[in-house]
Design a binder for this molecule. Structure first.
Ligand SMILES: [Zn+2]
Length: 244
């Protein structure tokens, strides 16, 4: 592997060896990486300030024998609009932590990178009061979709028939199941009413930015359902436990 310049979003970092830190970042060019930043625990480290969580940086990727390293780093966007608000820091931290858990190392996906960047950029610049729980739920649902786990919201996941009777929707197996199949399956499910279904269809159909622009997120009633839905979907992806 060769030295490479990467555009990255810093997800997390922790102490590593005596003077170093290990930085978990999501890069546009190589996906998620854990890189060692030498000397960043020293007081006058030039690197440290450019590698804090919730930052967009340009870093030099240096391959090593045991570990890969960060040769240099230059912050491009510190998202000060987020850093100046406790609520926004909390939400961004929660989003980055879940993102870190859901994304595996070494899988490059520019679309996922842009999605995360657009989210941080939006949060950085939004000036109205936001409902953090709601935004978090939407972010996770959209991320799940980007990772290829979009739920079936139009047909029965079992028999593939169109679902006509609207109030008998149940959620299981990562998608809707018709009333008839649900009775045969007798597995845990979640009732979804027409309003919520339309809302979900809109969520998955629109980009995060378009969705958030067009939706009045101060007057939503879906948080409870979304929370439950989020958990079912994460459970379906398997092996992932994210809870707060
Ligand atoms: Zn069915």
């Amino acid at each position: 592997m060769l030295t490479k310049t990467l555009k990255v979003i810093v997800l997390d970092r922790f102490d590593f060896r005596e003077n170093d830190t290990k930085v978990i970042l999501y890069s546009r060019e190589m996906g998620k990486l854990g890189l060692v930043a030498r000397g960043t625990k020293k007081l006058h480290s030039k690197l440290a300030g450019h590698l804090e969580p919730i930052i967009l940086s340009q870093v030099m990727f240096v391959p090593g024998r045991n570990f890969n390293y960060i040769g240099s780093a230059k912050a491009e966007n510190c998202f000060l609009g987020i850093k100046n608000s406790l609520n926004k820091i909390w939400l961004a931290g929660r989003v980055l932590s879940s993102f870190d858990k859901l994304i595996k190392e070494g899988q490059k996906d520019e679309d996922v990178f842009d999605f995360l960047f657009d989210f941080l950029n939006w949060l950085d610049n939004v000036h109205v009061k936001i409902n953090e729980e709601f935004i978090y739920n939407i972010f996770i649902l959209k991320l799940i979709q980007k990772l290829g786990y979009e739920p079936q919201l139009y047909k029965c996941s079992e028999c593939n028939n169109n679902i006509s009777s609207q109030l008998n929707f149940v959620f299981s197996k990562g998608g809707l199941v018709c009333f008839k199949c649900q009775q045969n399956l007798s597995i845990e499910s979640m009732l979804i009413d027409k309003k919520l279904l339309n809302f979900l269809r809109l969520t998955f159909r629109s980009s995060f930015n378009d969705f958030i622009k067009s939706y009045n997120f101060l007057s939503n009633n879906f948080n409870c359902s979304l929370r439950r839905l989020r958990k079912i979907l994460l459970f379906n992806i398997g092996d992932i436990y994210i809870d707060y």
